[in-house]
Design a protein around this ligand. Sequence first.
Ligand code: GLC
Length: 544
Amino acid sequence: MSAADLAARLLDLDRAPFTLPSSRIMVFRRGEDAVSVHTSEYERSRDECRVLQSLSVHDGAGAALPITAVRVDRIEFGGGAATLTFDGAGALSLRGGAGIVAVTEAGERVEHDGSAGLRIAIGTDRSLRLSAADAHDAALAATQAAWDGWFAKLPVVRDDLQEMAAFCWWVLGANIVEIPSMPGSRAVVPSKIGYVGAWQWDAYFIARGLRHGDPVLAREQLDIVFAFPTPTGQLPDVVHEHGVLASSDDLPEGDRENLRRAGSAIADPTAPVPLTKPPLAAWAVRAVLEAEDDPQWARRVLPVVAASQEWWLRDSDLDHDGLPEYGHPYSSGLDDSPVFDGPIPTTAPDLAAYLVQQDRELADLWDRYAPEAADTEELRRRADRTAERLLRLWDPQLRRFVAWGAGEPIVSDTVVGLIPLFTGTLPEAVVSELVAAIEDPARYAAPWVIPTVALSDPDYSPTRMWRGPVWVNTTLLVAEGLERSGRAELAREIRERIAALVIHAGGPHEYFNPETGEKAPRATTAFAWSAALFIDNAVALTGR
Ligand code: GLC
């Protein structure tokens, strides 16, 4: 079976829509014999972006033809009597059957002759232009060619992981959109269903998966999120079609409303708070360069990454104690983690660990690509100093790392406290305690790992976003930390388990219930970082 057909097995037109790289159009199933058509837009729900309530094909007696096959490049009705495909990124083409019926958002029912077919052009303003499908065969061929080209780059992995890898590769292609302020850009967004924009740390994880089949596209992801640093070097949280999200002043009103409803103190801050994402830029750059060396590109992006690191250490260390803080939960990537239930800003062990690692990665990268441009010995010394300060967050009584919110310890037992493993240089006694926590069925050894809050913590929930569910990224960051801390065997078990979880749950969803291994109810689907990291992990498991 071809890779495209393997991937298509999971195209249910619900969790995974029919779409095309660089297209904003998505087609979902509506019952047995009809589909609905939607656009994909920043901070707008699938329902808000519906342009056709229903589209169906009928036989001579007026009976609707059932959907009989869904492939990556076409949907077949009535055993192939009619086909729906893309005609370029901005239009669909449907031909066949006796008649075609389209019902618009306004409820208007439009009938067309099936043999002439129907071309549906959809504008970015959700406007519709309907005409005959004059070039249907060419559209079918071009759509097939586009997906064939994409699947030709699919990385080959271990047999038992290949089918899900094929679907994950589809997810990455399906989530490509153009960011209008960057004409011709190909941003792989977190999900065309609900997250349309280039989120900074999503891009880091996505690039790690893309690098195995398409290093050029992997570099493009990083170029997009590196394109708009502030004058002080801070990188924005999101680059999207209306600009960037770099400060609380840029938050969409809906987001603010949610924060207010949650009683969050940062819904209406008195002064704007910078919004960014964790400092994993150098980690991503290194991984992308490992897959395909590109010294010129490296020399171009390194100053941007270095400036963002300086921003963290200079401008986000509000109490000047050498351990920077998160000024906003969004900047941690773990939006509603119990770590942020208390006052903000928050000194968190994950942030310190990322900064240690980023200084070390930067030192290595400068040494390799532009040794004259930086004092790399000083970067390494600074990393060691931050690593020492990180140990101040170790609580010997609780025997775990704790975060601090505005001078108060936050005792919640969360995955944030495991991330210091990422530095690879924790004292052995601390590593042993963290390993014990990971292996403890009452805390982190859930049926599916690694929960984002310990099962025994009063704040644990199996379904609420960062308050318990398993996320692929944090699980793999801990696995990598274990490898760097001399615990390769446990890391490998975790890698096998997270691969099994995505397969068990039926796809790279956003986050998972640690008890059942199912998608958590509010998690989005076809989620790009879960897909990319599934592939990155599958390659790692295959290579060993
Ligand atoms: C959610 C996550 C955040 C992620 C964003 C886009 O807000 O909490 O980590 O970057 O979605 O996927």
